[in-house]
Write a protein of this length. Structure first.
Length: 342
């Protein structure tokens, strides 16, 4: 048997040993509605269940980490609004029931580690600067743990907490029961809410069919306003750096490419938009989605942007909303897009 190191030791400050010992498939699958809202920084079996149910209902909580953080709360609120259920500081019984009824099957299931999961190649370390990424042949995962966590939409910490002892090919682990490939109805429009950091997909009847947390640009490198259109989709994109971007952290004065991979600066998928250099793309840091600014593009987790990219068509309008409720025709007519960024 090939043995391998999972790495990424979980700090005691992040997950207490008591919680880790009590967290297993039974605790999560059988979790009842929490009587009061759990703390946003504490691992909770019911929240693991809630996040997986949201993911399966196409209301993405981003990275499934077992904590009722900002992204999970955004997704829960959107699900509640879509289903006509009140959403407040507690998870109402009706909301919990509707969420459980939205999909079938256990939320945690067993998975056997394969050769493909551990064969790599893996990066020894992901460079922090674009200049240092130039010579790499691929921007791969840094460990089997990272790859498996992303495969099942989970944080590495949660995967390790659920499976503290596994270390070889053929071992059976417990993972989130989320679809390997997402099915979506026909997408008629995408709305990017720049204030709330979300992306919503709608069908022809203006029904919300998918929800994602998203990172958008900063005042220095803003995301466009108005309406753009989808022009292309690319799996495993090459990242093209243009000196005109003038990123402070980049020393090179010449254009260069960064090779594909899940840890590429634009992640594992790119949806091109009709303003040059702008797109909707993935990330090497799923835990930071909607919590940090992009360089002007719309940043999702790798799995969310892939699900979106596999179903959105060229010509689909992408409406950038400067205010949460601004979907007026005037807002839709505005155009934007001067600075290429990621």
């Amino acid at each position: 048997m090939m043995r391998w190191m999972l790495g990424a030791v979980i700090s005691l400050a992040a997950i207490s040993s008591a919680l880790a010992r009590n967290l297993d498939a039974a605790a999560v699958n059988d979790a009842a509605r929490p009587a009061k809202q759990p703390a946003s920084d504490k691992l909770n079996a019911a929240i693991v269940k809630l996040q997986i149910l949201l993911d399966r209902a196409r209301f993405s909580p981003g990275e499934i980490d077992g904590k009722l953080g900002e992204n999970a709360q955004k997704a829960l609120k959107a699900f509640a609004e879509q289903n006509g259920v009140a959403s407040d500081k507690t998870i109402a019984p009706e909301l919990w029931d509707k969420l459980n009824a939205a999909s079938e099957g256990a939320v945690l299931v067993e998975y056997k580690i394969t050769d493909a999961d551990v064969k790599g190649p893996f990066l020894k370390e992901l460079p922090g600067k674009l200049d240092d990424m130039k010579p790499l042949k691929a921007l791969s995962y840094t460990s089997p743990l990272e790859g498996l966590a992303e495969k099942f939409h989970m944080s590495a910490d949660l995967l390790k907490a659920l499976n503290p002892a596994f270390d070889k090919v053929g071992a059976t682990i417990v993972v989130a029961n989320v679809p390997a490939r997402r099915e979506l109805p026909n997408i008629a429009r995408l709305d990017v809410d720049k204030r709330n950091g979300t992306l919503k997909a709608f069908d022809q009847g203006a029904t919300l069919i998918a929800f994602y947390p998203a990172s958008i640009g900063s005042p220095d490198r803003p995301t466009p306003s108005g309406t753009l259109k989808v022009t292309s989709t690319h799996e495993n994109p090459v990242y093209h750096y243009n000196p005109d971007y003038k990123f402070r952290s980049v020393k090179s004065k010449q254009p260069f490419d960064v090779q594909p991979g899940p840890n590429n600066p634009v992640g594992a998928y790119w949806i091109g938009l009709s303003a040059q250099g702008y797109g909707i793309h993935g990330t090497a840091e799923p835990d930071r989605v909607s919590k940090s600014a992009s360089h002007g593009c719309v940043r999702l987790t790798n799995w969310d942007v892939r699900a979106l990219g596999e179903h959105v068509k060229r010509g689909t309008p992408v409406v950038f909303l400067d205010a949460p409720t601004d979907s007026s025709s005037e807002q839709r007519r505005k155009s934007g897009g001067r600075r290429a960024s990621n």
